[in-house]
Ligand binder design. Structure first.
Ligand code: GLU
Length: 552
């Protein structure tokens, strides 16, 4: 038969039949219902929020069901490779708590279903391409770029979809002798699938594919003779996806919605290869609301928050990012969290049915809110480790200031155990800024907030002198505040804000304005946690020094 002879001619080196690989990579021995998922990044060194979002789905599906989550490096496009990319990918994901069970790691492969790097799998792809050719389901195509361009022009003129299919697929039925002559003449070729489909206009069928997020997808079947092996023998994404996900026994393919249009190609490839179709999970694009209120895709160029590096540089806690991603991944997550405020995030039962299919809205303000709640749940010693670790890497100038663990932990815990706990912290960079006044090395005395307009400039040194003169570090909260009240009344300020409100003409201002002057002298801010508590942490020496520096 010609087909078999052509197959042998194209792949003389491919001796192992596909049965060999089927046996080598048998169905996985996993409990009923266990899901096998994978992440297939290209080694470009850029891993973004969209990847993390998808990886999170993969990870949850696999680990929640007692299945396997593996990493496959999709490097068939050799223009886009970057040294050290694999380590970067696994490190970035591990930072956010996403760990693989098997796959291609910087130290080498782990698992029985490898090799996990596509560029190392040429013999496997060739075995399956050879089988398709031998069965008359694929063929070598010798069309040149110019010939393809001419076909496209003719199709455009006839208002037809461009592509190699039907009568345009010139080399579909080339016999053995022609193929041999072309090869001997050194003509380059690709291997194409011989599609059995037809365009809808010619009674093409519709296919139904199960998508765990979108339900049953009803689409026109593929009819293009798509390329499965490029001229250099390297597979296209389509072919590698079919062969790899079959042999690696992937049960759920989680990938971006940009792959939806290719799904009919994959459906046909799996069918022609005799493989069972995995369950697809096409995730929604990450969108962002513009200031004008429109939705648009997050873009690498315009949105720094798309890069995972952004969260590490800003010092978002990985727990907060995970927590936030779950709020956009599953519509019932926030309700669950409200009912289970202290539960481990992994106790939440993640489901693909509760995922949005129409664009997941990413909102930094919302992340910040979620982050405030998440950080409140983290005990001060852990928060200290996190902040210190971050500062060491991203703010080395602050490392020294933060050396004193006991002091810093007290600062971090300030007001967090109150009836209505303070939620001051969002991320490490903001935390460091927020607490900077506690550290002489970080405090910038000249960058203070504006003094209250109610206090005339000449009153400022008087208030501060009096404050220093009466200051007793052992005063409790009410003794301390009584003294401020005393200073206020002495200088013509109301002892209570409501007195001032009632009779504004009788006073310069009220006790709040006087204490704001003290606050600003002490820490440069007009807003802060409780001043008495802050002074107790700062210690008497720092309090006297700060106030003293202002009262001259
Ligand atoms: N390498 C593909 C990508 O980066 C993977 C898509 C998939 O998961 O199938 O888009």
């Amino acid at each position: 038969m010609d087909y078999e002879r052509i197959a042998e001619l194209l792949f003389p080196e491919s001796k192992e039949g596909t049965e060999y690989y089927e046996e080598k990579y048998p169905p996985r021995d996993l409990p009923e219902g266990a899901k096998v998922t994978r992440l297939g990044p290209s080694p470009t060194g850029f891993i973004h929020l969209g990847n993390l979002y998808g990886a999170f789905v993969d990870e949850r599906l696999a680990h929640q069901s007692g299945g396997v989550f593996f990493l496959r490096i999709e490097d068939t496009d050799d223009k886009r490779q970057v040294e050290g990319a694999v380590k970067m990918i696994t490190d970035s994901l591990a930072f956010f708590g996403i760990n693989f069970d098997e796959g291609a790691f910087a130290e080498g492969d782990v698992g029985n279903y490898g090799d996990y790097t596509q560029s190392h799998r040429a013999p496997i792809y060739h075995a399956f391409a050879k089988k398709l050719v031998a069965e008359g389901k694929a063929y070598p195509c010798f069309l040149t770029e110019e010939e393809i361009e001419k076909i496209r022009e003719a199709q455009e003129e006839a208002k037809l979809t461009p592509g190699i299919y039907g009568k345009y697929a010139r080399d579909r039925e080339l016999g053995f002798d022609d193929v041999k002559a072309n090869i001997e003449a050194g003509k380059p070729y690709v291997v194409r699938l011989k599609s059995t489909g037809k365009p809808e206009t010619e009674d093409g069928r519709r296919i139904k594919v199960k998508d765990a997020i979108r339900g049953i997808l009803d689409m026109p079947e593929n009819y293009h003779d798509v390329v499965i092996l490029k001229k250099n023998g390297i597979p296209t994404y389509h072919f590698a996806h079919a062969v790899d996900d079959h042999l690696m026994r992937t049960t759920h393919v989680v990938r971006g919605a940009e792959w939806l249009p290719s799904l009919p190609i994959h459906e046909e490839l799996f069918r022609q290869l005799g493989f069972e179709l995995p369950i697809y999970c096409h995730t929604a694009q990450l969108m962002k609301l513009t200031p004008e209120g429109n939705k648009r895709k997050l873009s690498k160029r315009h949105d720094p928050e798309l890069s995972l590096g952004y969260y590490r540089e800003q010092g978002y806690h990985p727990e907060a990012v995970r927590e936030y991603l779950l709020t956009i991944l599953n519509s019932n997550y926030e309700e669950w969290r409200a009912a289970n405020p202290d539960a481990d995030i992994d106790e939440f039962e993640f489901t693909t049915e509760k995922m949005s299919n129409s664009g997941a809205l990413f909102d930094l303000n919302k992340l910040n809110d979620v982050s405030k709640d998440t950080l409140l749940r983290i005990p001060a010693p852990e928060l200290y480790d996190f902040l210190y670790g971050w500062a060491k890497e991203y703010r080395p100038e602050a490392e020294n200031a933060l050396q004193d663990r006991e002091y810093t932990e007290k600062i971090l815990d300030l007001g967090r155990h109150d009836q209505k706990p303070r939620k001051d912290f969002i991320c490490a960079s903001q935390m460091l800024d927020f607490i900077s006044y506690f550290f002489d090395d970080l405090y910038k005395a000249d960058e203070h907030d504006e003094l209250p307009a109610e206090v005339p400039a000449e009153d400022v040194p008087v208030i501060l002198e009096k404050y220093l003169a009466t200051y007793d570090h052992s005063d409790d909260q009410s003794q301390w505040f009584d003294k401020i009240r005393g200073i206020a009344t002495e200088l013509g300020y109301a002892a209570k804000p409501k007195d001032y409100k009632k009779n504004p003409d009788q006073y310069k201002g009220h006790v709040g304005h006087v204490s704001t002057v003290i606050r600003i002298a002490l820490m440069g801010r007009s807003q802060s946690p409780d001043v008495h508590a802050i002074q107790q942490i700062m210690g008497e020496e720092m309090v006297r020094r700060r106030i003293g520096a202002w009262s001259i």
